[in-house]
Design a protein around this ligand. Structure first.
Ligand SMILES: *Cc1c(COP(=O)(O)O)cnc(C)c1O
Length: 421
């Protein structure tokens, strides 16, 4: 019998993994590299390479302006419809456009302007900083009618659910990251959306660390609005455009604050007065980034084929395995678990704290061929992308983390300033 700390145990888990073959769908030029940062930048699907060549050489190079009538124009809605299937939305409720930050700005401002009642914009201090910056800007633009209220987490790991529920009565909008970027805590979207609706508050969810890793059912949860990122678990590529979701019943009531010609009802009439297009297209602003947008599709296709239920089951098994290894091998060396222990409240990355986290991170990257990421001041995030992360990689990464502390390999790096890792 092998025990979890044996490498052979990890190999058995890999042999029994029904999703194992998906790893081959991704470029892996450095077979020894242990990549645990798929939650920041997903790997490159092999299919994306051929598509990029086709897009640039054939579609742009050959078809020129005719390309707009051969699939480019509809791409934001076409790719959006595929993402919709990953997040429990109808195909006509999702659009790919802009960045997550810009989409958050558009939807928050549109929804607050349409809401009849003043109240706070309610969020938490686990939210992604960019989201809070955008919300601060939105609150300023609305002249104090909708101040931002940020409820603190009790421990930096769990969401402040009680505090949020207590304040909902005075809220116009509840906006949270469904899976929080540091600890990986996952909110109960259905319970909070229901409570928000009962209190008369609009919900706006950021799905950036959920989409492609944690099943989301926007319709089932009764969520109003959502945004999310395409370069993390969706594997859309660096700087891929983001997506936005607007529940059908709200679409005609909201007005895009960055009204642009691509969201105009009859854009080629070149009329001088804005009249929004029907449906989700009104949330477009300018010209879609056709090349990077089209490259989002292959990653989404792979996730749809694998199926979110199976992906989630594997991700839960892998993060539980990682936590079991932490408990045996890393906790005695001063690593703390900075993620929830219950699978239901945990996304697909696990955060471990250590006073020497930055030095450990740099030693792992430079000497051990492991790429996790570091989040100040003392947090190592280990991202599990169930499409391509193996149990063996998790086992090896943990033993190398152990070694980096036992052999004090982090000491060389403790005076370096953190950069993007
Ligand atoms: C990655 C991420 C973003 C990214 O925002 P961009 O504007 O696309 O750079 C936003 N929100 C959350 C929660 C994220 O994790």
């Amino acid at each position: 019998m092998h025990t979890p700390t044996d490498a052979a145990y990890a190999a058995e888990l890999d042999a029994a993994d029904e999703l194992a073959s998906y790893r081959d769908a991704f470029v892996n030029d450095e077979p020894d590299l242990i990549y645990l940062d798929g939650n920041s930048l997903g790997r490159l699907p092999k299919a994306t390479i051929g598509l990029a060549e086709n897009l640039v050489r054939h579609q742009w190079g050959g078809r020129l302006i005719r390309g707009w009538n051969e699939g480019w124009f509809e791409a934001p809605e076409r790719v959006g419809a595929k993402i919709a299937a990953l997040i429990g939305a109808h195909p006509d409720e999702v659009l790919v456009a802009d960045s997550t930050s810009v989409n958050l700005f558009k939807l928050a401002l549109a929804a607050l302007r349409a809401s009849g009642r003043p109240g706070v914009i309610l969020s938490d201090d686990l939210n992604f900083p960019s989201d809070l910056y955008v919300l601060q800007g939105v609150a300023e633009l609305l002249g104090g009618r909708y101040p931002l209220e940020v409820v603190p987490s009790p421990d930096g790991i769990y969401g402040p659910v009680e505090g949020l529920l207590e304040r909902l009565d005075g809220a116009a909008m509840l906006t949270l990251s469904h899976t929080v970027f540091k600890s990986g805590y996952v909110y109960d979207m259905a319970a909070l959306s229901r409570a928000a609706r009962a209190a008369g508050a609009i919900t706006l969810w950021d799905l950036s660390h959920s989409v492609g890793a944690v099943p989301v059912d926007l319709e089932g949860a009764g969520a109003d609005l959502a945004v999310g990122c395409c370069y993390k678990y969706l594997n859309g590529g660096p700087g891929a455009p983001a997506f936005l979701y607007v529940r059908r019943e709200l679409q005609e009531r909201l007005r895009n604050p960055i009204a642009g010609w691509m969201g105009q009802r009859d854009l080629f009439a070149f009329g001088l007065t804005y009249e929004p297009a029907p449906g989700i297209r009104r949330f477009r602003s300018g010209t879609p980034p056709v090349l990077s947008l089209a490259l989002v599709e292959p990653g989404v296709e792979l996730l749809l084929q694998a199926g979110m239920e199976r992906l989630r089951a594997k991700s839960e098994r892998q993060s539980a395995y990682l936590i079991a290894l932490w408990e045996q091998l890393l906790a005695p060396l001063g690593f703390t678990l900075n993620s929830p222990r219950e699978a239901a409240r945990r996304g697909s990355h696990v955060s471990l704290g250590h006073p020497q986290a930055l030095g450990i991170d740099l030693a792992l990257i430079r000497e051990f061929g492991v790429l996790p990421d570091f989040r100040a001041p003392d947090n190592l995030r280990l991202g599990i992308a169930p499409l391509y992360t193996t149990f063996t990689e998790i086992h090896t990464a943990v033993t190398r983390m152990q070694q980096s502390v036992v052999e004090r390999r982090y000491e060389k790096y403790t005076h370096e300033a953190p950069t993007v890792t």
